[in-house]
Design a protein around this ligand. Sequence first.
Ligand code: KG4
Ligand code: ZN
Length: 348
Amino acid sequence: MRVLAFETTCDETSASVLEGGSLRSNAVYTQIELHRKYSGVVPELASRAHLEKMPYVLGSALKQAGLKVPLKKGCVDAVAFSRGPGLPGALMVGRVAAGAAAELIGAPLVGVNHLEGHLLACEFEKGRASRPLEFPLLALIVSGGHTEIWHAKGYGDYKVLGRTRDDAAGEAFDKVAKLLGLPYPGGPEVEREAAKAKGPCPEFPRPLLPGTRDFSFSGLKTAVSYYLAGRLGTDFYKRKLRLPPADRARVCRSFQDAAVETLVKKTSDAARSLGLTRIAVGGGVSANGALREAFGKLEGFEVRFSERAYCSDNAAMVALCAMRRLEAGKYRNSVNVAPELDEPGWRG
Ligand code: KG4
Ligand code: ZN
């Protein structure tokens, strides 16, 4: 089975060809440079950049996969795209590209849930989907826009147990980085800074929210902001005042520790209460080394992460979702974009 897939939910334009579970290509154009000067993704600019880059990204994915243009009828078995959740304008670019390709090729159009893609990305090893997930498992999706835990009983069979009530984990990393004067995206910057920390670090709260499986990261971000206001003055952000590098590293370390501890504790508590021994972690924040290490130390659980190359947004994971659906022969052809899509299963 050969699948052509598109990914345009946020600030990566990507196209991929997956054949029999092996990646033939996974072309990704990242818009990070474009958004950096605004310290975050500007939706209108993201849509325009997807429009501009998609033809080249698609061309590159097809060429690398050895698919000849013009595309012949039946050259792929399905065309997939991320139908949500994501930025409305950005999603429509992926939908129109996928729709046009599906029409030309005469292949079915399969809309998939982007967050399910982050989970299934755990199956890739050296360019092959050779490590199928074993169910049931507890899934933790940690990205720039989402923080969710699911009880995953099988492909497409997911129950959302908890999600963030405010900022997503990645968003908190990005916002804390911004407060500290570090560039976007903040996650990798905070991780790099945290690794340099020496000596005693400030204490930040762990937002554990007892009694619910939901998350909340905005209070943690506010705690960092109060700490900086105490050190530099309440108008520190407006006046662009910065901590000395050694102190900045300590703040990053403390913030990262608090975020990681919260994610690991809430996820493992939920898994334990359901009697699950398998955990799979996906999404941009899952690239974080401290998070991987902390999950690795958990006793009594088998924890899976995707290879770092597939943690952030890419079309390979979208192609794999479509392949799993087609293999199981149980999907509804959902082809409308759904920016607020919150049903992670195949009925969505
Ligand atoms: O999954 P993703 O690529 O896009 C969304 O679907 O949102 O995730 C992007 C997020 C950003 O917030 C980024 O700062 C965060 O993932 N991220 C990290 C790391 N690498 C990326 N957060 C913490 N540590 C990292 N190493
Ligand atoms: Zn994502």
